[in-house]
Design a protein around this ligand. Sequence first.
Ligand code: ATP
Length: 326
Amino acid sequence: MDITRIGVFTSGGDAPGMNACVRAVVRTALTYDLEVIGIRRGYAGMIEGDFVEMDGMSVSNIVQLGGTILKSARSERFRTPEGRAEAARRLREAEIDGLIGIGGDGTLRGASIFYEEYGVPLVGCPGTIDNDLFGTDETIGYDTALNTAIENIDRIRDTADAHDRLFLVEVMGRDAGFIALNSGIGGGAELVLIPETITGMDEIKKRILSLMSAQSRSSIVVVAEGDELGGAAKIADALRGDPSFARIDLRVCILGHTQRGGSPTARDRVLASRLGTAAVEALMEGHANVMVGIIHNELRLTPSRNVWQRRKTINYELLKLTEVLS
Ligand code: ATP
């Protein structure tokens, strides 16, 4: 079946570069004479029929904007068969015969289930700051979030240094340590704690105490939010309860949602543009239930199921580097 009218949506956590991807999808589709419908608020908007016609002008001046002009949402209703039936009905009614979804592993998981139930072809674009998707070296938004984290670590380092303080800086990434590991190296952290490795509390205490006494200066520990010890605040509580830390001026800084916002980096804009165009072309070539990604600078298609069933591993060489360089 030829595709004539596609829907594009952003879903899950927003990520800088989603707009650049939407722009690429819309402009590429128009070049191929496809009609494009923007589906607002992800699967929630799909269920409610929150659709808007897109033309070339509707994506003017957005390549540099963070967030997403289509809005994003998490939808509990889409997890239910009834919610997905309603979404399918809305798509039929609007004569949408292909979908491009920009989001994370949950989005791709929902898309696979929806495809298996209703057969609406869907090509996914990896959009999440966490970089935790199998099938692409980097996800849209990751580079911007990483740079934001490093910029903030630099600022924290200034104040930590002025007061000889120990800072625990918590970065995002859910249960993956990509942002923590790379911002730790780029920001010169003395210690990096990520979910992929287990560092016991005794080991953490030993490492911090030796760092603080040997160099008698400030230290920065980068903690991934998904670290098995429960994040920076919990680790700080445990350290404060230990008399050996009584004389250490310990502070916690949770970078939180600052990592999601802001203008996308050049790298994210280019990545998002390449993936958006590739997604439209994949859909037109008859692919369905796949995600477009870039591996070793080459465009690749990966079955959506693999994206959320397989785990992308961190580069353990980088972990070693944090130890050598601290
Ligand atoms: P991020 O990585 O930024 O959190 P995400 O796409 O993983 O993005 P989720 O909230 O996990 O974000 O998923 C987005 C939406 O996808 C969910 O709100 C839900 O509507 C849909 N979804 C996720 N998992 C399923 C599932 N098992 N069945 C049906 N729909 C799902």
